[in-house]
Design a protein around this ligand. Structure first.
Ligand code: FES
Length: 93
């Protein structure tokens, strides 16, 4: 990154493989929180559930994509990201 370059345009760091038995929450730039569960965790039966504010379990999206939680407030299927964040002005965060 050069001094004239805004921090949010820097090259992304290479992704490291998930450590065994881990859950990683990745903050995507101007996008959702992406939840990744390591294969070892899945093999051990460690899962993930999302609940509403009253503790009611929500059905996870079944689209074959990593779980993405909306943090922009624009999703039509909160708390999950539906891609509505795309096209809105960058907040670099
Ligand atoms: S972060 Fe994707 S719709 Fe809000």
């Amino acid at each position: 990154m050069t001094p004239d370059e805004p921090p949010h345009t820097s090259s992304p760091k290479p992704r490291r493989p998930l450590p065994p038995r881990s859950v990683t929450v990745r903050c995507r730039l101007d996008g959702p929180l992406v939840v990744e569960i390591s294969p070892d965790s899945l093999a051990l039966g460690i899962g993930l559930r999302v609940t509403d504010h009253e503790g009611q379990e929500l059905a996870l999206p079944d689209d074959g994509r990593p779980l993405a939680l909306c943090r922009c407030g624009l999703s039509g299927r909160k708390p999950f990201c539906d891609g509505s964040h795309k096209g809105r002005p960058s907040t670099a965060g």
